[in-house]
Design a protein around this ligand. Structure first.
Ligand code: FES
Length: 76
């Protein structure tokens, strides 16, 4: 992975892991979250985190099940 390329990994039964190059996470108004210097963050997929949009580990207690394998999207 090149240093400038952001990688998003869909964790089985867990969050989206965002890491790699430069990125920002913004709210609906376009304001960026202050990530406190983090170069990687996990975004909640289960909806149960008390620290939305970030994962707080709650997926482990709520029984969230979602395993995803990569596939090709249809052409635009
Ligand atoms: S995916 Fe971790 S708390 Fe939702």
């Amino acid at each position: 992975m090149s240093e400038s390329k952001v990688k998003i990994t869909i964790k089985n039964n867990g969050p989206l892991r965002v890491e790699g190059g430069e990125f920002e996470i913004c709210d609906a108004s376009g304001k960026a979250f202050d990530l406190g210097g983090r170069t990687a963050v996990s975004i909640c997929r289960c909806g149960q985190s008390q620290k939305q949009p970030f994962c707080d580990g709650s997926h482990g207690q709520c029984g969230f099940c979602s395993e995803v394998a990569a596939y090709a999207l249809p052409a635009k």
